[in-house]
Design a protein around this ligand. Structure first.
Ligand code: BGC
Length: 414
């Protein structure tokens, strides 16, 4: 410190800025290798602003455990400053009257101009911003190990027929064709990619966004369910209970050939020092190259009592949307910035493809929300549909027709 700043401090003139330092408690479920690196960037950003970071990490991919813990915290009147909440759940939480209005930050930072309108609308309740977005994840990806494919003499699939040809070849070469794990959101991640690839974007929208009964119960849905169940035959017997990042690790090591997973999987490949296009391949899930299943991670901001903590919370919201943060966070996370007009120079080919396909699919009407990741339907419907899909995946006696009837019933959950 210089003598001037020392004397200012002594005179108490610096206390105004010090008094603004607060604590931000942030609930998230980013605990795998790539996720944790991305979360660390958020922590560092807040610490640089002089605030105290209180980590509220609840392990469990997809966030189901995190949401259970969050509910009990909010019910007991002890909400964190921010929680990773997305899609229709933002509206559900806002209706409870527990979220804070971030309009002053959003206006000052020009969020309306910097976000695609459809995404901005989802972050608002009654016209006011109550959540801040960090990224866009694409869910309909297939990750592959090129060495394993070479060994098997297989080629990267672009359709579901080709997928099963590649899977057979990998199996014959003694490689587990499909790395899969054991939570219902992982089953549904595969299911929705099959639905998009087999049924197309219009079918996906009718069945899995509008919940149209005639599409949920249709020959196309039967084909989707048959195809989905066929994938299971190419997973290994240790899949039940496995976390998604351990499944990714199998592809990284070449024990497995492919994984159907959103691009948080890329964060794992990168954290393991792997290079896209060389050590691993990212291609659209079979049959979905012209479509895009999006999953936008966002933080809902809760009402807080302490003025210092409110200030820290607003700084968090502003920082999340800053170009610097959007870049460094998404480089680690595997996703792309949600902020429009960002330069992608530092991003790899997978991210560039994702960005181009996001824009193209948006124009073509084939940009669809992910159900598996909480972007599409009310949480009660989502939960009921996930249960059906996982029951079907795990129960070899359930037929596709039975699963279809259960899906129709699940879609009516109130
Ligand atoms: C989240 C990602 C996260 C993934 C696995 C998804 O629902 O959007 O940020 O990496 O779950 O935990």
């Amino acid at each position: 410190m210089t003598r001037i700043s020392l004397s200012l401090a002594a005179a108490g003139l610096m206390s105004a800025s010090l008094a603004q330092a607060g604590e931000v408690e942030v609930l998230h479920w980013w605990t795998s290798g790539g996720e944790a690196k991305a979360a660390a960037e958020l922590k560092a950003t807040m610490q640089k602003k002089g605030h105290t970071w209180k980590d509220f990490a609840v392990a469990g991919g997809g966030g189901d455990s995190a949401m259970t813990v969050l509910k009990s915290r909010v019910v007991s009147g002890n909400a964190p400053a921010a929680a990773q909440i997305k899609g229709p759940s933002i509206q559900e939480w806002a209706r409870e009257g527990v979220l804070a209005n971030m309009d002053d930050v959003a206006k000052a930072e020009k969020w309306d101009e910097l976000l695609p309108k459809a995404i901005a609308d989802g972050l608002k309740y009654k016209g006011n911003y109550v959540a801040a977005p960090v990224n866009v994840h694409r869910v309909n990806w297939l990750w592959a190990n090129p060495e394993a494919f070479k060994k098997a003499g297989a080629k990267l699939p672009t359709s579901w027929d080709e997928f099963f040809v590649a899977a057979e070849a990998l199996k014959k070469a003694g490689i587990i064709p499909v790395a899969h794990g054991g939570q219902n959101w992982q089953d549904f991640t595969t299911f929705e990619s099959v639905a998009l690839g087999v049924g197309g974007a219009d079918f996906y929208k009718k069945a899995l966004v509008q919940l149209d009964a005639g599409s949920l119960k249709s020959p196309t849905m039967l084909k989707v369910l048959d195809t989905f169940k066929k994938v299971k035959g190419y997973t290994d017997k240790n899949a039940p209970g496995r976390d998604w990042n351990l499944a990714t690790a199998m592809v990284i090591k070449g024990e497995a050939g492919m994984q159907l997973m959103g691009d948080w999987a890329k964060g794992e490949f990168l954290a393991a020092g792997k290079v896209p296009g060389k050590d691993f391949a990212c291609v659209a899930a079979p049959g979905t190259a012209r479509s895009y299943t999006y999953n936008v991670d966002s933080f809902a901001l809760f009402k807080l009592k302490s003025a210092d903590n409110q200030k820290a919370q607003k700084d968090l919201a502003a920082a999340i949307m800053s170009p610097e943060f959007q870049e460094v966070f998404n480089l680690n996370k595997g996703s792309i910035p949600v902020r429009l007009n960002m330069k992608l120079d530092k991003f790899d080919e997978c991210a560039k493809t994702s960005s181009a396909d996001f824009v193209a699919s948006s124009k073509a009407g084939s940009l669809v929300p992910s159900i598996a990741h909480g972007m599409s339907v009310p949480s009660a419907v989502e939960g009921a549909m996930k249960d059906v899909v996982s029951q079907f995946w795990n129960d070899d006696k359930m037929t596709s027709a039975q699963a279809m009837d259960k899906l129709v019933a699940a879609a009516k959950t109130k």
